[in-house]
Design a protein around this ligand. Sequence first.
Ligand code: MIG
Length: 810
Amino acid sequence: MAEIFENPPQIDAGYEPLGAAELVDHDGRSVRLKAGSTIVEVSALAPDLFRVGAFPDGSTPRYDSEAIAKQEWEPVKVSMERSHKEITLSTSAATAHVSLDPLRVSFADASGRSLAADDEELGMGFSRRPDADVFTQPLGPSPRLYKRREEGERYFGCGERTSGLEKTGSYQIFWNVDPPLGHTAAFNNLYTSIPFSFSMTSGRAHGLLFDNPGRVEFDLALEDEGRAYYGAEGANLVYYVFCGPTPWAVLDRYTELTGRTPMPPLWSLGNQQCRYSYIDEDEVREVARGFRERDIPCDVIYLDIHYMDGYRVFTWNEERFPEPEKLMSELREEGFRIVTIVDPGVKVDENYPVYTEGRERDLFCKTGAGEEYHNAVWPGICAFPDFANAETREWWGANHSALLDVGVAGIWCDMNEPSLFIPKQSTMPGDVVHPGGDDPKFHAQIHNAYGSLMARSVREGLLKLRPDERPFVITRAGYAGLQRHAMQWTGDNSSWWEHLWMSMPQLQNLGLSGVAWAGVDVGGFWGDANGELLARWAEFGAFQPFCRNHTAIGTRRQEPWAFGEPYESAYREMMKLRQRLLPYLYSLFDECHRTGAPILRPLLFEYPEDETTYTADDEFLLGDALLVAPITRPGTEHRHVYLPRGCWFHYWTGERFDGPAHILAHAPLGQPPLYVKANTAVPMAPDMAHTGEGTWDPLTLLLYPTAGADESVLYEDAGDGFDYEDGEYARRTVSCEEAAGSVTVRISERLGSFVPQRQELRLELRGFGSAPESVEVNGEGADSSYDEETGTVIVSLGETESVITVEIVR
Ligand code: MIG
């Protein structure tokens, strides 16, 4: 694995930038040029989205890719201008400048700001030196792209990474591996590769997706170099530029191109518990009982590899799990669902139908000599499905009936980099062949897509097996666009304080790279946690889009109660808070599903004009209403918190802060620094042991009114199934405005045909110094109360579909 530690020289001897070009063709959105033997196409796909493709063998442009969900774009109004030196393509929002001699491409947004401009000298082109030292087969000319770093440009994104939020000046490798234990800053690539750089330049955002599922490298521009490098080993050069200028606009367009996060089943947002492994039925029952007896919310328990018969996928170990169906239906009564792990390796075993069928139908990867490719993983010698083949994906998906038929609720895709045992923690050699039906490829050409293709096959399979349920698929490996198929967890972190901190930049950069539905193992996987670390981790984990506690074989127990008090109580309170926040979290998933906006988001996403946020990677926003700043050091109850502009209220004490401000927060165990933005309603459910225990009745809208105005959105639907796609949802906007001591809360009419089953909608208005003078609902006297001790006004409302206006005079 030595190559992941070495940064190869940026400009290799075989590199030749493209020279002079001439126009050969154009249509309503594209120009096609020829530079030497290379065909280059520049297209406006949408007003703020351009695509550039360069095809060195002069072939017809091709853009099919596992990353791309949308190939056909609506017509876009483009005006083309042409001189002997330059062609420009202008939309209502941006311009592509194509200068012809030499061929260089640059972009500008509507304000004229230059972005993603080719480096004058190095531009784009191909290196014709075969990279024979990395792969045994030459992959043809290697694409290289050099972009100017604009003054003040800072880089983020890049998907799942180690280290901090900002990536400026770093060298990023995109090559999916099962990395060595530690996940330290000494290397940056992990299990998933998203070759997408997200830039901020003086408050304005843009992005660049370098679409190549083979090995990709970025050099994100040291200041003195003034340029960024994007390169791959072989294949055509294809990239997309998202002109922004807001972070919202970049993510919206990026996820329109690469696909949006599907709506999750509500149960999968509940607390989840895992261990490698809960070894048999008794242990699973005992863990489930542990949650209910201790009143700690939990919805899901995982079965890791020991549930299988000799690690054969799609089988059950009859000694450990003699009656899986009974187990799962009993657990279901208690509000637990079971998710099982599935690895890609299929044991080579003549008496194992999954293997013999895959072999007979020719669905496995091959060696260059045409033999079935074998390597060792948990089951021993295995064959590996060729997920690039649609027939394989269908077959693999259908095999999940063995799990779903007995009641498994979701599927956990592991080891899908793929990770192999020979040599230890290696991956497939680049010259393994994916026959791919009739489109054979070397593994090196599609390596980073293997995990996504597996996840895709599982999602599609689950949709066929249970068409009325939203699939729950969790994956370790993937490529750009993986959010369409699965949610991502960040693999084998360690029970270290450093990894508790790193979870934040990791999830924030994933969110900036389209993967909003993600989470890290709470408590850490490798090594032993301790009570304080585990409880502090829960204080962070409760706010993740995905909240699962997991730990490795041979480590100390890590269930919430493993270390006794006071840690157990702190863990309980955090999971109760998460459970109560589900209406808020679910509303954020709806927003993400429609717009690509991250759920757990960096401050810069909301406050791009504030450059202090660019390095604030030990705190984050959940939606726009909650700011969380977890404690990530042992033995400390205080930390620095940066609050951006606006007015913030400390959730536990009600103390008010006016940002921008640097403050010292006090955070005793069980009370992580959590701030609520003024005038932004946070919808909250009642206490429940699991998501299915009851309806959200009453639904509380938590609000801290203050002079000014803001609003938020409440989204509800059945929590599973697809009726929401036919309008069966309920969406309303809650605005809150205060002027001259008078607070107006307006709950808009309910959009959509879903009718929430509840009696009461409750306003909880905090931060009152004394009982309000008057409270009126729709102009009439209201059912309200005031709690002197907490300064809280409670207004009880009925659930109606029409507008509700509440007026409170302080
Ligand atoms: O070689 O299935 O990241 O979560 O518990 C280790 C056993 C394989 C790696 C996963 C981890 C899982 C473990 N797996």
